[in-house]
Write a protein that binds this ligand. Structure first.
Ligand SMILES: Cc1cc2nc3c(=O)[nH]c(=O)nc-3n(C[C@H](O)[C@H](O)[C@H](O)COP(=O)(O)O)c2cc1C
Length: 189
């Protein structure tokens, strides 16, 4: 069983990109090969980062909870909408709190927009961000264009292409997670 943590990074009222996060969660569970922890940044009310978790004398419980979910994961999925040609500020703010939690973890990127490009700009920048935190961005990304039509409120794909891309994303994620977590286990300690 692979431990996968989904980090969902939009906090806007009426956010649609949560559908993409739910779609990935359900598709992962359906494989029977993954345990999923879902971290919705909106639940944590994180202030703008003034100190990293590792530099805090008395860290708040909510940050420790996210830290444990990231550190315990074999693989991570980051889900963000595209805002102004980039990822959401809420996602970047959350990412900046953590350091060792990311080390050499495989991270799959999921981006969504209500336009036709599916968050391609945000997805490229997410991959750069992932390199910046010392993690391993998975080459295949899940882009969700016209999210209002592509997924229903529960995250169920509404067309064949969406379903195909979702299945490919999950299968690639499990492949990379298996390969990289095996290497982590070999070199642990
Ligand atoms: C501040 C802001 C900026 C946005 N910028 C873009 C953009 O650059 N490109 C794009 O395709 N969609 C953009 N959108 C539209 C989002 O793709 C759309 O809101 C979509 O539903 C995903 O975001 P959500 O989870 O907040 O709903 C923007 C939306 C907001 C609120």
């Amino acid at each position: 069983m692979h431990k996968i943590t989904i980090l969902y990074g939009a906090i806007r009222e009426g956010r649609l990109s949560i559908r993409a996060a739910r779609a990935v969660e359900q598709a992962l569970l359906k494989t029977g090969k993954a345990e999923v922890t879902f971290i919705d940044i909106k639940d944590y009310n994180l202030p703008v980062m003034e100190a990293r978790l590792k530099d805090m004398g008395n860290p708040p419980a909510n940050l420790l909870e996210i830290s444990a979910a990231l550190e315990g994961a074999d693989g991570i999925v980051m889900v963000t909408p595209e805002y102004n040609n980039s990822y959401s500020g809420a996602m970047k703010n959350a990412v900046d709190y953590f350091t060792k939690e990311w080390a050499k973890k495989p991270i799959g990127v999921v981006c969504a927009s209500n336009g036709k490009m599916g968050g391609i700009n945000a997805s490229n920048l997410m991959q750069l961000l992932i390199l910046g935190i010392g993690a391993l961005p998975m080459p295949y990304k899940l882009l969700v264009p016209e999210i209002h039509n592509a997924l229903d409120e529960a995250g169920k794909p509404q067309n064949e292409i969406m379903q195909k891309n979702l299945d490919k994303f999950v299968s690639e994620l499990l492949w990379f997670t298996e390969a990289i977590s095996a290497q982590h286990k070999r070199t642990a300690g």
